[in-house]
Ligand binder design. Structure first.
Ligand code: 1HE
Length: 266
């Protein structure tokens, strides 16, 4: 990874997974042009070896979104190029090689929420709050939020956030389908890490099907979606790895499905 860009991110390997830390805490991890390139480089680097990744923020917040200082100077065409680049980079996360889990705390706002929405599983701690203050800044979402955030919470709720400036807490974000887990303050990274390790233990082909087929099927007609599901089902089931895993279960060498003993479901 380019040394000059690594000032914005940290990468730590933890067995089969990698932890990618947004590292511009003095600006609340606000994403500048160079920062977005650092994320792209880090994702490409991590994908080469890790089987799953975690994205988290250093400092008191996950991410304050777009770097507003930088973007007050842009021309309309530069704005489009910038937004399209965010789309490319966040797409590397959403439709890359490995599953990503985001660990969210403090502000998860604007482009920070768009970044989180490009990951496959979101874990919030009790300090996390979510907003889309674009309306107040005179701008619009530009990092994929109109598609990904709207799909998570629904366009009506997203319109409410953007028009009213409403800020929601972690429990509401969970109720709105924005996050899948809410844990105690300071516990999001540990929870996200354990989820990423579980995902890393799956067959890579199954994970790839979840990342690529499941999300695409949502854009298809039911008939087409069911057809693609059958193709993926057959493709994965007949792989040598699946055969070995199925045999392992039947020979009682693999774990059973069991409920985790936590009353809060986290
Ligand atoms: C920033 C940014 C930023 C902080 N760009 N510099 N995002 C927003 O509209 C969110 C704006 N930020 C905030 O509301 C607050 O900063 C936070 C709630 C995130 C954090 O509050 P706090 O009290 O912890 O920190 P702070 O004192 O407000 O900020 C610390 C520094 O970070 C300060 O700079 P300093 O030089 O005065 O120390 C802030 O100016 C700076 N900072 N956020 C630039 N966003 C692809 S389209 C996406 C469109 C969007 O993302 S719009 C939403 C933008």
């Amino acid at each position: 990874m380019d040394e000059a860009l690594s000032e914005f991110v940290t990468i730590e390997e933890d067995g089969p997974i990698a932890l990618l830390g947004l590292n511009r805490p003095s600006k609340r991890n606000a994403i500048s042009d160079r920062f977005v390139e650092a994320i792209a480089d880090a994702v490409a680097h991590v994908e080469k070896t890790a089987k799953a990744g975690v994205i988290f923020g250093h400092g008191p917040h996950f991410c304050a979104g777009l770097d507003l200082a930088e973007h007050s100077e842009k021309s309309p065409i530069e704005g489009i190029y910038g937004s399209r680049r965010w789309h490319e980079v966040f797409r590397m996360i959403e439709r890359g090689r490995i599953p990503w889990v985001s660990a969210l705390h403090g502000a998860v706002v604007g482009g920070g929420l768009e970044l989180a929405a490009s990951t496959h599983i979101r874990v919030a701690d009790a300090s996390a709050f979510f907003a889309l203050p674009e309306g107040q800044r005179g701008i619009f979402v530009g990092g994929g939020g109109a598609v990904r955030v709207a799909r998570l919470m629904g366009a009506a709720r997203m319109s409410d956030l953007m028009l009213s400036g409403r800020v929601i807490d972690a429990k509401t974000a969970e109720r709105w389908n924005v996050v899948q887990y809410v844990v105690g303050e300071g516990e999001a990274l540990a929870k996200a890490t354990s989820i990423a390790k579980a995902a890393a233990g799956n067959a890579p082909l199954s994970n790839y099907a979840v990342i690529h087929a499941l999300s695409r099927i949502q854009d298809m007609s039911s008939e087409d979606g069911l057809f693609v599901e059958s193709l993926m089902a057959s493709f994965t089931q007949t792989s040598p790895e699946a055969k070995e895993r199925l045999r392992a279960f039947l020979e009682k060498r693999a774990g059973k499905v069991a409920l985790e003993k936590r009353s809060d479901g986290a």
